[in-house]
Design a protein around this ligand. Sequence first.
Ligand SMILES: Cc1cc2nc3c(=O)[nH]c(=O)nc-3n(C[C@H](O)[C@H](O)[C@H](O)COP(=O)(O)OP(=O)(O)OC[C@H]3O[C@@H](n4cnc5c(N)ncnc54)[C@H](O)[C@@H]3O)c2cc1C
Length: 386
Amino acid sequence: MAGGPPSDLARRAAQIGEHAAGPAAEAVDRDARFPHEAVGALRADALLSSLVPAELGGGEESFASAAAAVTALARHCASSAMVFAMHQIQVACLVRHRGSPLLDDYLRELVADQLLIASATTEIGIGGDVRSSSCAVIRDGERFRLEKQAPVISYGQHADAILTTARRDPEAPASDQVLVLCRTAELDLEPISGWDTLGFRGTCSLGFRLTAEGDVGCIVPDSFGDVSAQTMLPVSHLLWASVWLGLAQAAEVRARHFVQKEARKQPSSVPPSALRLAELTAVLQQMSQLVRGAARELDELADNREALASIGFAIAMNALKVSAADLVVDVVNRAMTICGMAGYREDSPFSLGRILRDAHGSQVMINNDRINTNNAQMLLVHRGGE
Ligand SMILES: Cc1cc2nc3c(=O)[nH]c(=O)nc-3n(C[C@H](O)[C@H](O)[C@H](O)COP(=O)(O)OP(=O)(O)OC[C@H]3O[C@@H](n4cnc5c(N)ncnc54)[C@H](O)[C@@H]3O)c2cc1C
């Protein structure tokens, strides 16, 4: 995850977006099916191991490159980009907090076989409070067992492993959690709810009763509190925001093409919608700078665990999520005003239906209220200047 010069990762993701994800996006959304074309292409181009260090055979890309690649893919299919983003979040957690030979070996295997990792953090009865678990790891010698009622596991049935949060042991309090790599060979997923949603339909985020066992070496050694603060939370908020930025860019393209078409009808005057487009562009630029700035910061702090664990950094990364979630809806709404009926229709080249539905996923993917409540608590003790 070294900083390094910008790579061609975004260009490769854009190609996959254009040739694999984009052409299938409508069917993926309509049928709420897994975007296997896009994920197959990501695998074929070894993009699933972009964040794995070179010493383990991976691409050792920066967070800025990964974020740019996610955005490039999201312009074509936000569900594909969200799967790509969520996988990379799990990889980032394993890379930074692995500390066991078994997890090193797993990452080597991930590189060789382009394995896909899903996530089960939320739990029935706990809601979106990622820092609490009710289920617990039960150890027996060198083996562990765990069972979790997970209301949402994106692409769970298509993944090669699921990183799952649980209490450290049955006596541990709800917040004393660990992260466990549950591999499909020793994992049972019994569906308990479907995924018929407004947006992000291709993430196939069904609910499951997850039952897993395995070697205790699959338990990430660092506490989940550290994993969450230093890696999972900031990388999630950055890469989710990168998906939403791609959606906002896609809406801008449609709005711009619509305005240009209007302008061609009356070359002597500037159409009224051009002013609205100028306003949209200002908001999109704000969003773009926000996401790129956060990516740069995350790369700069990559080796600074103290800074990553600071209250100031947590507040900033929470604010990133909430701001980006609001800005994407703002941009798409502005595009809808510009395109009018052409945007509202499902059968027009300017249609914004899927983009609008996907954009609203940003608000509930860890509810903005929950994140603002966390920030409100931290601000009570924040000294500033961090
Ligand atoms: C596209 C998509 C993919 C997802 N994929 C996954 C996945 O792969 N794995 C996974 O584990 N999860 C996943 N999730 C779940 C997600 O991360 C959240 O945990 C989940 O959406 C929260 O569910 P909820 O809104 O029902 O519950 P809650 O977070 O409990 O929110 C319900 C309501 O209660 C309010 N509320 C509750 N508690 C508080 C509080 N303390 N402060 C303020 N307000 C509060 C909220 O504002 C909201 O109105 C996904 C979600 C989406 C949209």
